[in-house]
Design a protein around this ligand. Structure first.
Ligand SMILES: O=P(O)(O)OC[C@@]1(O)O[C@H](CO)[C@@H](O)[C@@H]1O
Length: 397
């Protein structure tokens, strides 16, 4: 089978930064808890929830052992993308996972998990999404119908933007942490930065706009993203809209094309106007106004500073690229120990075109927070940075 091959190591080099990358070696740090709590719990759940045979179980057990008490190994010799990963990981293989940058090891972990469950091997588990049952349960969970009915009935654009932002709380990775899913946004001010006015002004002034949306999670988040996409296309704020999806299962709940299809079906089956949204979006896909992409770089362990030329060229053609979620934010600004007041525009100046981030905060990195906001947040401890209780809308035109 002619597999799509990730760029074999020929990505542009990242610029030199004087701010260190975030790691996982501090027992009090967020990366450490993902490596030592969330990731082992995820392996155990994957092992328990699918009737995998002895080979997959052994591979999962040995991945768990490797992560917790051994050193990082390369992909198996038959892997179609081994060349790329060998080059990318040359500086990391043979070291404890906790010594490797957080952004890098976590991405590699999902590649190794797919290897362990035989995702790429012709046979019974070929291309079977190991996270599918969680995604499906979420899509049919309580409250989804009511949310869809309310959102499909509104033409209030700020409500749709807000739903797309807070939909990012529905990250199934939280199921494997110690804190569980965050509470829904309360009435308090949970936005640490809100530049939504800038976003709307740019779209109003820029017509005809070609908008890119780099999606994050499937399920409730993607449903909300689709309602927003429909609004942008219907109102002419977007002449075309390109959705970037993941080419394969990643970070538990990240949206693939299969998940997009499931969401369109879910909308079609819902009561009221949601079914119209599904029909319109399917037609827009057929007409080429709503475009789907699944670029290999979307599952690469690097920040966007190292994106390949074809992807940079595509982002350059967009009037605005909207990056959804926490991981895309980490990849946009670089997963580094930025001072939170470092201007967002400064750290994203390299990005090839206007860019917006819609994110609930689920990891340490953050930029562009005003000094006044920082001091009010400081009083509440560090939880606002990692627990998904707070969100941001940041824009660089
Ligand atoms: O990108 P998303 O879905 O918003 O969040 C991804 C995430 O849950 O995964 C990582 C920890 O496992 C963190 O970057 C973040 O908390």
């Amino acid at each position: 089978m002619p597999w799509p091959r990730p760029e074999s190591g020929d990505l542009p080099a990242a610029p030199a930064f004087d701010v260190p990358e975030l790691g996982s070696d501090d027992p009090g740090g967020f990366g450490w808890s993902v490596l030592h709590d969330r990731t082992p719990a995820l392996i155990a759940q994957v092992r328990d929830t699918r009737p995998y045979g002895p080979a997959q179980r052994r591979a999962l057990d040995s991945l768990l052992e490797e992560i917790t008490s051994s050193t990082m190994k390369p992909l198996g010799s038959g892997a179609h993308d081994r060349d790329a990963w060998d080059r990318w990981g040359a500086a990391y293989f043979g070291r404890p996972w906790g010594d490797v940058p957080f952004l890098w090891w976590e991405s590699y972990f999902y590649r190794r998990l797919l290897e362990a469950v035989g995702f790429f091997e012709p046979g019974p588990w070929f291309w079977l999404d190991p996270f599918d049952h969680w995604k499906t349960a979420e899509l049919h969970g309580p409250g989804v119908d009511a949310d869809l009915a309310a959102l499909a009935a509104t033409s209030e654009r700020q409500a749709l933007l807000s739903a797309s932002l807070w939909g990012n709380q529905a990250d199934l990775g939280f199921l494997f942490g110690s804190t569980g899913l965050p509470d829904a946004p309360g009435s308090g001010d949970r936005l640490v930065a809100d530049e939504s006015a800038l976003l709307w002004d740019a779209l109003e002034a820029g017509r005809p706009n070609h908008v890119g949306v780099v999606t994050d999670n499937a399920g409730r988040e993607l449903l909300a993203d689709l309602l927003l996409a429909d609004h942008l296309l219907e109102t002419g704020l977007a002449a075309t809209l390109t959705l970037h999806l993941k080419p394969r299962p990643y970070y538990v709940s990240d949206a693939t094309t299969a998940d997009l299809v499931a969401c369109l079906r879910r909308l079609a089956a819902a009561e009221g106007r949601a079914a119209d949204v599904s029909r319109r979006l399917s037609q827009a896909i057929g007409a080429g106004r709503l475009r789907l992409r699944a670029h290999e770089f979307s599952c690469a362990p690097w920040s966007f500073h190292r994106m390949p030329a074809d992807l940079a060229e595509e982002f350059r053609t967009f009037s605005l690229t909207v990056l959804k979620g926490d991981l895309n934010y980490r990849r946009l600004v670089g997963d580094r120990a930025w001072h939170p007041a470092t201007p967002f525009a400064e750290v994203t100046a390299y990005f090839p075109g206007p860019v917006a981030a819609l994110r609930t905060l689920k990891s340490d990195v953050v930029t562009g927070i005003s000094a006044a906001r920082l001091s009010s947040l400081g009083a509440s401890g560090r939880g606002w940075r990692t627990e998904g209780t707070h969100g941001l809308i940041q824009v660089r035109l």
